[in-house]
Design a protein around this ligand. Structure first.
Ligand SMILES: *Cc1c(COP(=O)(O)O)cnc(C)c1O
Length: 426
């Protein structure tokens, strides 16, 4: 099946007389005829469900669709993108371990790694995604367990050189984890370039309608845990908390990672996605291919329009030929990148505030990456406690506008921007 068909059909095939839509299994528990039947599930001897804190059929059908889109062997849904990022790393690294992460990642992920997971005893080295080979090589330590990056960074819009980082990670016997939220599998499939684990905030384009917070983790099935058994004892030695199962032996390369994350992390931390939210996510996935095409087309036109405006001082969009990441974006995302653009307006913080007041189609929201065009001026909202100097240190200039181009008629979006730009300096 091609991607567009997988969006509609993968993950669930109804049998004779069954519901056409993925059913919402709104049940915490599941009934069995005998204790022996249930015992087999607890021993992971038979597939099946016993409690929705660990697994639910609706979630699994939707996760299977995302696995098919990414070209992976197994997947799980999580309650949020944050939970997906956390599980993907914590499934491999624990106290005393070390992880390398790109600096160009979502702010929430940066906090999770640099503050919360550091408190759990995991050390992180943050490296510039455009660092030299020597700098990348020097970041690895004997206790390094994974490398983490984002296909297109939110909000910096840096395009990550997946192949380069995959080669470096593999040379050191560790997997590459890629947060593919902004590109979605419609525009980039990181596994094709060597990524081993792919994560998503499904809250963004995948849901696409501001309806449900969620996350997903996909395993490529390509990483040979047993070949690096000493590095990943959690996957390659018996789990005493789960009947002495050795995940990599029992579930093989294609199933070990997700089974461990489900049986251990989901069991203990309980960050399951509600089946109802998984249903909403599936509705979003059905139109994902069509929507991404429109997001990219609209954003390209908007970026080209902005570039020509006298009241705009700079535009950052990887689809513009002058962009630093234009060539790399063409390699990893030949059909376009995403709908998010950042740009600066003349007049700094004051100019940006005047501009924001006049917008009508573009709505002010902290959210990005969904059907509705939305806009944010970090200096007067999310980052308002910072001075201009502090903002520049944080990589957010006082004039920066983050625009998430939706799937409305692009002429309405451009007219709205033109009106608001005209108000600057009045
Ligand atoms: C939003 C976002 C997250 C966090 O996802 P939530 O669903 O908000 O928890 C992680 N990574 C990226 C790239 C994001 O944009």
């Amino acid at each position: 099946m091609k991607l567009e068909t997988k969006c509609i059909q993968a993950g669930y095939t109804p049998k004779n007389g069954e519901s056409r839509m993925i059913p919402i299994v709104q049940s915490t528990t599941f009934k069995y005829d005998t204790s022996e039947d249930m015992g087999k599930l607890f021993d992971l001897e038979a597939p099946g469900y016993f409690y929705t804190r660990l697994q639910n059929p609706t979630n699994d059908m939707v996760a299977a669709k995302i696995a098919a889109l990414e070209g992976g062997t197994a997947a799980m849904l999580t309650s949020s993108g944050q939970a997906a990022s956390f599980f993907s790393v914590f499934n491999l690294a624990g106290i005393g371990d070390h992880v390398i992460s790109s600096t160009a990642i979502y702010g929430g992920t940066y906090n999770l790694f640099s503050v919360t997971m550091r408190r759990m005893g995991i050390e992180f080295t943050f490296i510039d995604p455009d660092c030299t080979d020597e700098e990348l090589e020097a970041a690895f330590r004997p206790n390094t367990k994974a490398v983490f990056g984002e296909t297109i960074a939110n909000p910096a819009l840096t395009v990550f050189d997946i192949e380069r980082f995959a080669n470096a990670a593999h040379a050191h016997g560790v997997p590459l984890i890629i947060d593919n939220t902004f590109a979605t599998p419609i525009n980039c499939r990181p596994i094709e370039f060597g990524a081993d684990i792919v994560t998503h905030s499904t809250t963004k384009y995948m849901d696409g309608h501001d309806a449900a917070v969620g996350g997903c983790i996909v395993d490529s099935g390509n990483f040979d845990w047993m070949a690096h058994a000493d590095k990943f004892p959690g996957l390659t030695t018996p789990d005493e908390s789960y009947h002495g199962i050795t995940y990599a032996e029992k579930f093989g390369q294609g199933g070990a990672f997700i089974t461990k994350a489900t049986a251990q992390l989901m069991r203990d931390l309980g960050s399951i996605q509600a089946p109802m939210n998984a249903f909403f996510l599936n509705l979003g996935l059905e139109s994902l291919a069509v929507r991404m095409e429109r997001h990219v087309a609209n954003a390209q036109k908007v970026a080209e329009f902005l570039e020509k405006q006298p009241n705009v001082s700079w535009v950052n969009y990887p689809g513009l030929p002058g962009n630093k990441y234009y060539e790399r974006a063409k390699k990893y995302m030949p059909n376009g990148t995403c709908g998010v653009i950042s740009f600066g307006v003349k007049g700094g913080r004051k100019g940006a505030e005047a501009f924001m007041k006049e917008l009508k189609v573009a709505m002010i929201a902290t959210h990005v990456a969904d059907a509705h065009t939305c806009v944010l001026h970090p200096a007067s909202s999310t980052h308002r406690q910072m001075s201009d100097e502090e903002l520049l240190l944080a990589g957010v200039s006082p004039d920066l506008i983050r625009l998430s181009v939706g799937i409305e008629n692009v002429d309405d979006i451009i007219e709205d921007l033109a009106n608001a730009l005209a108000s600057i300096g009045e």
